[in-house]
Design a protein around this ligand. Structure first.
Ligand SMILES: Nc1ncnc2c1ncn2[C@@H]1O[C@H](COP(=O)(O)OP(=O)(O)O)[C@@H](O)[C@H]1O
Ligand SMILES: [Mg+2]
Length: 404
């Protein structure tokens, strides 16, 4: 019996899908390490659970894992899927001598300045950038590459505290808001114009055994900055065409260069108007934005399970055939307050209903979520990519959330 610890601060629905996949593996004892323990059916996934007051604190992760080790013996894996948890879990793994990505590797993926340094060493394309601890640092990059610039935290997530500045005045305003200093490092980057895509893998021994590509309409930062936009992600059916060769190659090399062996990865990349590509960032964890589900729908396979098989068993059940294009439309509207009404559902059902495979509709009374994922979503699929693209565009044009 192999002891596998799954850790997360809170038993969020999307998080628990990974616990469920672990439960489906053979020959494992599933142990939970949480801040807030799951309840009901989610609780029943685990053979045992410990709770700690702060599940983001490596010392507490170590304490909880050690307690489980005392009860059940050697720990085979210690796993967490959240972006903010990667380094912490690695610290705990090193302390306890558990197999998995090292602190150094997780920092390569978490610290965007460091990630870029590795990219440059390996000749991988990325935005020009500079660590900013003073206004002068930011001015220096502006001097070098011109405007627009991006100013962002070196280890952010969800486009938080990310600024696009068009000129010196806007840069000064952003600098006044974030006040970079020795203890408040920011990252300034050349603005990558063009279309934004993703590249996901399941990797074993540093090599992808499963790959997927997705496209964002538009990029997350645009969606955050414009609250009338409803975000769309489309996974095209055919990703074997040469137009993706450079991104796929860059992605494969990035995983090797940063040093990940087993795991799911999520890269964001840009196609510039001149045709060239650049990596935005890459994470050593499953993607958010329901992309794991989208990949599952595209292949009629559970990618949650593929993740679990890779990180625990170091095995893959593929190759998986990509049978469908899949798209997701995140539902949100303009205004403030709570969801008062959802218009256009009947019309959408009539037009796109046959393509919809899953929906999570906003509930009347829900507070506005604020983030680019809105208050709900609809997932569509079809073998033809253009049908899916059209359907998600139609969806966001038809379904309107009103707040009051
Ligand atoms: N250098 C850049 N050029 C253009 N857009 C960028 C750049 N950096 C970030 N963005 C935009 O901001 C979003 C969030 O930035 P990212 O580096 O991915 O941080 P996060 O960790 O918050 O996802 C990106 O998805 C992209 O839309
Ligand atoms: Mg990102």
């Amino acid at each position: 019996m192999r002891n596998v610890i799954f850790t997360a601060p809170f038993p969020m629905e999307t998080t628990m899908l990974f616990a469920r996949a672990l439960r489906g593996l053979s020959n494992i004892r599933l142990l939970g390490l949480f801040q807030q323990a799951p309840q009901g059916a989610d609780r029943a996934l685990f053979d045992d659970i410990v709770t700690v007051p702060n599940a983001m604190d490596p010392a507490m992760i170590v304490r909880g894992a050690r307690y489980l080790q005392e009860q059940y013996g050697e720990i085979h894996r210690l796993l967490g899927i959240l972006e903010d948890l990667q380094v912490q879990v690695a610290i705990a793994r090193e302390e306890l001598g558990i197999y998995g990505p090292s602190v150094e590797v997780t920092q390569n993926f978490r610290d965007k300045a460091r990630m870029k340094a590795v990219f440059r060493q390996h000749g991988l394309p990325c935005a020009a950038s500079r660590t900013v601890t003073s206004a002068a640092d930011a001015y220096a990059l502006a001097e070098e590459v011109g405007y627009p610039l991006i100013l962002k935290p070196p280890a952010g997530a969800g486009s938080r505290a990310t600024y696009k500045v068009e000129d010196r005045a806007q840069l000064d305003q952003a600098l006044a808001e974030v006040r970079p200093g020795p203890g408040r490092t920011m990252l300034a980057e050349e603005f990558l114009a063009g279309r934004e895509f993703t590249y996901e893998t399941v990797s074993i021994g540093g090599t992808p055994v499963f790959e997927s590509i997705g496209r964002y309409y538009p990029g997350p930062l645009d969606v955050v900055r414009n609250d009338w936009m409803q975000w769309i992600v489309v996974l095209p059916r055919d990703i074997s065409s040469p137009e993706y060769n450079d991104a796929r190659e860059a992605g494969r090399k990035a995983i090797k260069a940063l040093g990940l062996c087993e795991g799911m990865t999520h890269m964001e990349w840009f196609r510039r108007p001149d045709g060239s590509m650049a990596i935005g960032e890459i994470a050593a964890r499953p993607p958010g934005a329901q992309i794991v589900k989208l990949m599952s729908y595209a292949h009629d396979q559970s990618l949650h399970r593929a993740w679990a098989r890779a990180v625990v068993d170091r095995e893959h059940d593929g190759p998986f055939e990509r049978r469908y294009a899949v798209g997701i439309a995140f539902l949100r509207g303009t205004g403030r307050g709570r969801v008062a009404r959802i218009d256009g559902l009947d019309e959408a059902q009539k037009k796109m209903g046959h393509l919809v495979v899953e929906t999570q509709l906003p509930k009347v009374g829900m507070p506005k979520a604020g983030g680019y994922e809105g208050e709900g979503f609809a997932i569509v699929r079809h073998p033809d990519t253009t049908v899916v693209e059209q359907a998600v565009l139609d969806l966001v044009r038809t379904v309107k959330i009103r707040y009051a």
